[in-house]
Design a protein around this ligand. Structure first.
Ligand code: NAD
Ligand code: UFG
Length: 356
């Protein structure tokens, strides 16, 4: 029998890719999203990739009545909880909104899961819970010192889920701490759609490549890193998506609470990413060296050994594929889901430079 997985925030960047991976693994994703940071047209794109329309419910994860109805009307085996707000700067300006959505939203969801007897939960956490790390690669046992309301909201949920599991040991909870998700599905049909000027490196790079932005501002070139620019653990969103499938499989029928890093275990500098992007896509990237961005850490990357050991999951896609797939999505959809310049058959990202 097909197992149904409720995917809150399933219309978003990571959630939509997780729906593809779930369907490919034989699960039935059921999306719950209020589209506050996504586009309803993602559902059509998912239908094209999966071969049938995924079930979806439009609504807010904080809506207790709606959640009760969803659990009553569907046989749900597990929940992956992506729905949340994620912009660090915005969380400083609007902390209550962040705590309400991220923390209260999870309280409502977990309470309704409990009422429905659904006890398998995979939660989207973030490497941001570590704050400024003492060392890299960061193991899951490192101290957590989140530095923003966003990071604290994720850490609070982690603590709440730990208490829940302590009181109800028959729950299966897997907390996944993502490093820097980038890339897009190889079809170029779904991807990340930032609103306004992107904050993150990869979407900014893509917009410089299309000419929408003049040049990339490198935020700091005097860090104590090999080339002076910031180092991060970029992980392909399809690898992350597959990590969620592995988590759901692992959680099935096995009570426990696990906290796992999802990253590649490899750090790349801003210059590494620019150089690889140019190589993989054939697009020259104008850049300017600028001052450090307030709040940025010089370098960190994760230790993904535990996820490999316990879930058998390992990131398989490299930086070239991350760049090529991000670029394919951007090039085919210059205005995100509102535009589409043609459908492309899946390629290996490495071939893209020649193809263009
Ligand atoms: P996203 O904004 O693209 O997706 C989140 C989805 O949740 C959106 O579709 C949004 O409409 C929906 N949503 C938000 N509030 C909701 C609510 N109250 N009710 C129902 N739906 C709601 O973000 P993403 O990059 O896909 O991130 C998914 C999760 O992963 C988030 O919880 C985020 O904090 C976490 N995360 C993201 C990153 C990253 O860099 N992208 C890194 C670490 C962790
Ligand atoms: N960078 C630039 N120029 C830009 C954008 C970024 O040089 O225009 C640099 C940053 O200074 C940093 C690197 O590129 O060195 C990566 O920056 P991102 O903004 O892409 O990602 P961050 O590591 O700063 O933050 C991301 C998420 C956060 C999350 C954090 C930890 O955006 O939400 O990872 O998981 F909290």
């Amino acid at each position: 029998m097909t197992r149904t997985v409720l995917v809150t925030g399933g219309a978003g960047f990571i959630g939509s890719h997780a729906c593809v991976a779930l369907a490919a693994a034989g699960y039935e994703p059921l999306i719950l999203d209020n589209f506050c940071n996504s586009d309803v047209r993602v559902i059509e794109r998912l239908s094209e990739i999966i071969g049938k329309a995924p079930a979806f419910v439009e609504g807010d994860v904080r809506d207790k009545v709606l959640l009760h109805k969803v659990f009553r009307e569907h046989e749900i085996d597990a929940v992956i909880h992506f729905a949340g707000l994620k912009a660090v700067g915005d969380s400083v300006a609007h902390p209550l909104h962040y705590y309400d959505t991220n923390v209260s939203g999870t309280v409502v969801l977990a309470a309704e899961m409990q009422r429905a007897g659904v006890k398998t939960l995979v939660f989207s956490s973030s490497a941001t819970v570590y704050g400024e790390p003492e060392c890299s690669p960061i193991p899951e046992g490192a101290d957590c010192r989140p530095e923003s309301p966003y990071g604290r909201s994720k850490h609070m949920v982690e603590q709440m889920l730990t208490d829940l599991h302590r009181s109800q040991p028959d729950w299966n909870v897997i907390v996944l701490r993502y490093f820097n998700p980038v890339g897009a599905h190889e079809s170029g049909l779904i991807g990340e759609q930032p609103r306004g000027k992107p904050n993150n490196l990869m979407p900014y790079l893509c917009q410089v490549a299309t000419g929408e932005r003049q040049s990339l501002q490198v935020h700091g070139s005097d860090y104590a890193t090999p080339d002076g620019t910031g180092v991060r653990d970029y992980v392909h969103v399809m690898d992350l998506a597959e990590g969620h499938v592995a988590a759901v499989k692992h959680a099935g029928g096995r009570p426990g609470l696990l906290t796992l890093n999802l990253g590649t275990g490899q750090g790349y500098s801003v210059m590494d990413v620019i150089n690889e992007f140019e190589r993989a896509t054939g697009q020259p990237i104008a850049r300017q060296l600028g001052p450090r961005r307030p709040g940025d850490v010089a370098a960190y990357w994760g230790d993904p050994a535990r996820a490999h050991k316990l879930l058998g999951w390992k990131a398989r896609r490299g930086l070239a594929e991350m760049c090529a797939d991000s670029w394919r999505w951007q090039r085919r959809n210059p205005a995100g889901y509102a535009s589409r310049l043609g459908v492309e058959v899946a390629h290996s990202g490495i071939e893209l430079a020649q193809e263009l």
